[in-house]
Ligand binder design. Structure first.
Ligand code: FES
Ligand code: FES
Length: 157
């Protein structure tokens, strides 16, 4: 199998890994780097379960070839909690009852982060747009949208 050295920033640390550049970033994270917080749903760019930040932009990691991330920065759900304490977005999801089975949650939280990094005071419509690529089969989205708006409020305090 064709492999090459891939160097990139992962959750703030420089990482170097010898892997097949054609495999997806999702599988590089889960299988080669042991970061299983990023979930695989459809594997085809349709559900958003695999969302990570690539240079601070939300992307479906199942669609990104590992070979394309050299020299870039990737942030995954594992970067958020500190000392076992959830970050402000994760906390808002729990407070607003936005987590049921939880399968979509890492992707939703990462899409929320991508939004809040660019826009600290989003409107409900902007929140809806930010998570429009993330499917949830459980909550009906209302609690998720409320959680993201609540996280934005936390940023102000
Ligand atoms: S697993 Fe990537 S979009 Fe569904
Ligand atoms: S909480 Fe179950 S898919 Fe969203």
């Amino acid at each position: 199998m064709n492999k090459e050295t891939i160097r990139f920033m992962l959750n703030g640390e420089q990482v170097e890994i010898y892997a097949n550049p054609a495999k997806s970033l999702l599988h590089l994270l889960r299988d080669d780097l042991g970061l299983t917080g990023t979930k695989e749903g459809c594997g085809q760019g349709e559900c958003g379960a695999c969302t990570v930040l690539l240079d601070d932009v939300a992307v479906n990691s199942c669609l990104v070839p590992a070979g394309k991330i050299s020299g870039h920065s990737v942030i995954t759900i594992e970067a958020l909690s500190k000392d076992g304490k959830p970050d402000f977005v994760q906390e808002a999801f729990v407070e607003k009852g936005a987590v049921q089975c939880g399968f979509c949650t890492p992707g939703m939280v990462m899409s929320a982060h991508a939004l809040l990094r660019q826009n600290t005071d989003p409107s409900p419509e902007e929140v809806k747009t930010a998570i429009s690529g993330n499917l949830c089969r459980c909550t009906g989205y209302k609690q998720i949208e409320e959680a993201i708006l609540s996280a934005a409020e936390k940023l102000k305090s």
